[in-house]
Ligand binder design. Structure first.
Ligand SMILES: Nc1nc2c(ncn2[C@@H]2O[C@H](COP(=O)(O)OP(=O)(O)OP(=O)(O)O)[C@@H](O)[C@H]2O)c(=O)[nH]1
Length: 571
């Protein structure tokens, strides 16, 4: 019995020892796991800390490595809640540029986006470059059209021969000349661009950053190479190697085209408008000419106006006005209904709550011895470049000389597109290298326009989403930089009529950044919602000045209220 209990005791002790060993083993095992994990954490932290600091505390993601590179510059974008801050620090820094939003961070379309370009492809970067010395003339990257006399066919233009520009060769490689400050040239003097243009523009100490806008900056189309040209001028005033990477493109030998007469264009193009708008007119006239109008009829009238994109306020006001007219005069037949509707609609198109919109002329004529300057702005794909080209045709057809500024430096094809438009009508194009600072290109375009005594300089800008504060800042900068040498006479906001009420939101944001002076409504041929004309004018208090009615080169027409309403109502 005693032997048995001894064995029991031994068994208990063994069990206790085994259990104790198991517990100790488990504890040690857990400790070991924890201690193994510890070094890994500091290692990650150290790796992150070892990366070069990111400007402005901003870190971009690998897929968007060239975006949002700025942060400390004067025109840095306003803080945005949607910026990622946890990107790998190994991403190389993009050069500083005021347009920090250049590459998108949220997968939405952005500046210069092209559906054919994969979202994650490498994008060009906009760079900041030092400016040239004050006394070094710079030859802007000018693409000259073929000289008019060489053209086999003479376009229907009254441009005097004396204003025909010199050959491109002469202009770009103009011989050195003393940089004597001179007054702006009278039109048609035909002086070389490089030296003379430089003498008419503000000067700036070398290296002054464009965004400083300190009142003396003379921006230059930025290069992607160092500005210190190996052929640094022995003579300070020589327009030697420009600090721009833009290559001079030999002008194409193209025939100058015939341009449709500009008068009566809206009438000629009315058919295009009518095709898509007639439903609106027919529907309204059907309601108003039906005899007795009950509440339901008036609700339908209002709905029809709303569906045509006139906007709620305008729809209510027009309906109320129609009711008053019917009550006062009584509508007896279809012709009476049409006349009444026509009158009320024309009033709606010609006035806003802020007052009448009287002046629809495009300010594109030279004054005070210098060209008019027009800036063309808008979101992506609305038709800015096309409109700029069409506008140049209209101006040339009316006998004016035009310089086009290809300040859409992000979408490479845009400058080519503009150059093609220009070459067909004999206009000059100033363009920068891909990714050049658009403000610098715009500045050079105006400088060129002044130098050659052009009547108008039309600057095409890159499409930009109105929600991108950095890009909107960039646009503001383009305008301010131009204004260092010339007033901007016209800021044309190009809106795509097919986007309907969304266009209003864009319009309001653009108007906050650059004072919009006129609206170009494009693609009116492709929408039944012509009422957007009324809505956008009311939103901005600015008139629609031009309408795009097709992709053809002469499918741009001045906006005329009565012709437009006639097209809406049909015959
Ligand atoms: N139907 C029609 N198409 C137009 C009109 N105006 C422009 N387009 C077309 O719209 C497209 C875009 O035009 P672009 O001039 O390249 O637009 P953009 O605003 O310069 O584009 P981004 O520079 O990318 O912002 C082109 O296919 C044009 O032919 C118009 O009035 N009617």
């Amino acid at each position: 019995m005693q032997g048995v209990s001894a064995w029991v005791w031994i068994l208990i002790v063994v069990v206790v020892v085994v259990v104790a060993l198991l517990v100790i083993g488990a504890v040690l095992g857990r400790r070991r796991r924890i201690s193994l994990a510890r070094p890994a954490a500091p290692a990650q932290t150290t790796a992150a800390q070892d990366q070069p600091p990111v400007r402005g505390g901003y870190r971009s993601k690998g897929s968007i490595s060239f975006s949002q590179g700025s942060g400390g510059t004067a025109l840095a974008p306003r803080p945005r809640s949607d910026r990622p801050t946890d990107a790998p620090a190994s991403v190389p820094l993009a050069p500083a540029h005021p347009a920090g939003d250049r590459t998108e961070v949220d997968g939405q379309p952005g500046v210069g986006d092209d559906a054919a370009v994969p979202r994650d492809s490498v994008r060009p970067t906009v760079v900041e470059v030092p400016l040239p010395d004050a006394d070094v003339a710079t030859a802007p990257p000018v693409q000259r059209p073929p000289a008019r006399p060489a053209a086999p066919t003479q376009p229907p233009t009254t441009r005097p021969e004396g204003t025909a520009p010199a050959s491109p060769q002469d202009r770009v490689s103009a011989p050195p000349r003393p940089a004597t400050p001179t007054a702006p040239h009278a039109p048609g003097t035909g002086t070389a661009a490089g030296g003379t243009a430089a003498s008419t523009v503000p000067t700036v100490p070398s290296g002054t950053a464009l965004p400083d806008l300190d009142g003396t900056a003379a921006p230059v189309a930025p290069p992607d190479t160092a500005p210190a040209a190996p052929t640094a001028p022995a003579e300070p005033a020589a327009p030697a190697a420009p600090p721009v990477a833009a290559e001079r493109v030999e002008p194409e030998e193209v025939e100058l085209e015939e341009i449709d007469p500009t008068t009566g264009r809206l009438s000629r193009l009315r058919g295009r408008l009518s095709r898509s708008q007639n439903a609106f007119g027919r529907s309204l006239l059907g309601l108003l000419g039906a005899g007795t109008l009950d509440e339901d009829s008036w609700t339908e009238v209002e709905d029809t106006l709303l569906m045509a994109d006139l906007g709620a306020a305008a729809a209510v006001e027009i309906t109320e006005r129609l009711r008053q007219e019917v009550a006062a005069r009584g509508v007896v037949d279809a012709a009476g209904a049409r006349a009444m509707l026509r009158r009320v609609m024309i009033d709606a198109v010609e006035t806003t709550p802020a007052g009448p919109l009287e002046d629809r002329s495009v300010r594109a004529l030279a004054h005070d011895g210098r060209p008019a300057v027009l800036l063309v702005v808008g979101v992506n794909g609305t038709g800015k470049t096309t409109t700029t080209g069409k506008l140049a045709r209209v101006l040339v057809a009316d006998g004016h000389t035009v310089v086009l500024g290809a300040a859409d430096t992000f979408r490479a094809a845009a400058a080519d597109q503009l150059a093609t438009w220009a070459s067909r009508v004999g206009a000059t194009v100033v363009r920068g290298a891909a990714g050049a600072d658009p403000a610098a290109v715009a500045f050079d375009a105006v400088k060129q326009g002044i130098a050659e005594g052009a009547d108008a300089v039309v600057v095409d800008t890159a499409g930009r989403l109105h929600t991108k504060t950095g890009l909107m800042d960039e646009l503001g900068k383009v305008k301010r930089v131009i204004e260092k040498q010339a007033e901007v006479d016209e800021v044309l906001l190009v809106l795509d009529a097919t986007t309907g009420q969304n266009g209003l939101v864009q319009a309001k944001v653009f108007a906050e950044v650059v004072d919009i002076t006129g609206i170009v409504l494009t693609k009116l041929d492709g929408t039944a919602k012509g009422g957007i004309v009324v809505a956008v004018q009311r939103a901005l208090g600015v008139p629609v000045k031009l309408v795009g009615l097709g992709e053809g080169p002469d499918d741009l027409a001045p906006f005329e209220a009565d012709a437009f309403v006639d097209a809406l109502l049909g015959d």
